[in-house]
Design a protein around this ligand. Sequence first.
Ligand code: BMA
Length: 338
Amino acid sequence: MAKVINGIAIPNMPWEEKPAGYKETLWRFSGNPIFELNPGPKAARVFNSAVIPYGDGFVGVFRADHKDITMHLHFGKSKDAINWELEDEDIKWVDESGKPFQPAYGYDPRLCKIGDEYFIMWCTSFAGSPTIGLGKTKDFKTFTRLENAFLPHNRNGVLFPRKINGNYVLLSRPSDNGHTPFGDIYLSESPDMTYWGKHKNVMKAGGSWQALKIGAGPIPIETDEGWLMIYHGVVLTCNGYVYSFGAALLDLENPSKVLYRSGNYLLTPEEPYETVGFVQNVCFPCAALCDAPTGRLAIYYGTADTYTGIAFGTVDDIIKFTKETNQLLHGDSELGRD
Ligand code: BMA
């Protein structure tokens, strides 16, 4: 069995056994979707959001699109990671000197614990264009926004949960100012979360379900078989984009080298809350709770830019699936420097 490395036990995380006779690798939570529409005075739809264990429960940074159709980050807490208390107002950021430092918009957050700090990555407005916003907190009361990691245009910033070869490592997906009809996954390194360099290509879009663009999802999970990276892939159909998600295994020491990459999707829009909504046919994972001793996973994914779903699976089964359906593309297994 594949072993999770540097993980923690989360015995209180959401979990349901796989339904009898069900053949797919991931199965959906029977209580999906987990947020009602209009869950707050401002929030209309909560999706593409990040959760993490904290204290004796869970906290989350949620993408809440407001009733004027603007995108905001809201803090929330929960005892069971299913029923959430979402704050009415969006997160108020300060800079490192304590002065207000509010982005004009924020969406698709990820949450990563490194040492005793929680880092938040999101797609932020930078002079009106999207790039990777970075922030941190220790207590989920004071949220300190750091300088933007990159120039526009970029999205899907995802940190690894520890330094690799002495540097922080951040995945990202360079993009354009709109609905980006392209997109590959890159990584960048930093000694201090300020200066980013040593950029490398991790993997490119290509193949069927991931033909148009790809972007990293939850924080990669360290295993004895490599970093397990769950990522979304998009295909362009006659009826628009379809967002599914799959998995790849990356080399532990050089994560720009892809060891295996799933030729099939793990999950694609099938349920009404995934196929019908503000943007149809979207399954967009941003977080995963992983119980290290058992390898149980609860993957949080936005659906149809309208709702939030949870899908269950195990690290071992996802690794098996990734190897069995493996379809590496040209350059995937290389360092990605040229
Ligand atoms: C992407 C991102 C996601 C969104 C998806 C589908 O470009 O903006 O936030 O879920 O489009 O609309």
